[in-house]
Design a protein around this ligand. Sequence first.
Ligand code: 3PG
Length: 214
Amino acid sequence: MCKADTLERLKGAGAIGIIRVSTAQDLIRIAKALYDGGLFCLEITMTTPGALRAIEEAREELPDVLMGAGTVLDAPTARQAILSGAQFLVTPTVELDVIETAHRYGVPVIPGAMTPTEILTCWEAGADMVKVFPAEVLGPAYIKAIRGPLPQIPLVPTGGITADNAGDYIRAGAAMVCAGSWLVDKKAVAAGEVEVLHEKARKLVAAVREARGA
Ligand code: 3PG
């Protein structure tokens, strides 16, 4: 899939599910539950043990999922993630070498930024969208405020996103949202209750759709 198609699918989806877990053991089951709930853009964070192998496996097992690598902090990790099949990259912070590496290999990149200057720096360096992190301390009003002077930058609020507040961020002008700990509920994962994750994914997708008036 070419970069433009991946970006179009990401934006169309409106939500990315972040899988940040302490063991890769149930990772495919988690990803499948989220996918069955309607989330087809998923990010496996590089903090997850065996994350690169998990991305490879997920690409094989769930070919219809757009699989990204998250918490990519440097160019070597970006390169390894891309070689493992990552279809997009996400960073928590302004990492210009990750943006450069993603561009080199034609993979969309969503770097993390907080201040207007950081957001613009990422955009000028070639970010395809900019993750606004940590959104929970900024709120939807922050997204609306940034969209005033910087309407050309697609923003992806991340941190504290739930089905209850995702719509507020979309209505404030977010291009899409990223949800992690609320979605991949640790207790449900520990108990093997993947149906909880499935239901949360369904609610998140529905909230984004509703806010978009779709
Ligand atoms: C991440 O794990 O990259 C983000 O911090 C996600 O935030 P959340 O777990 O609050 O959704």
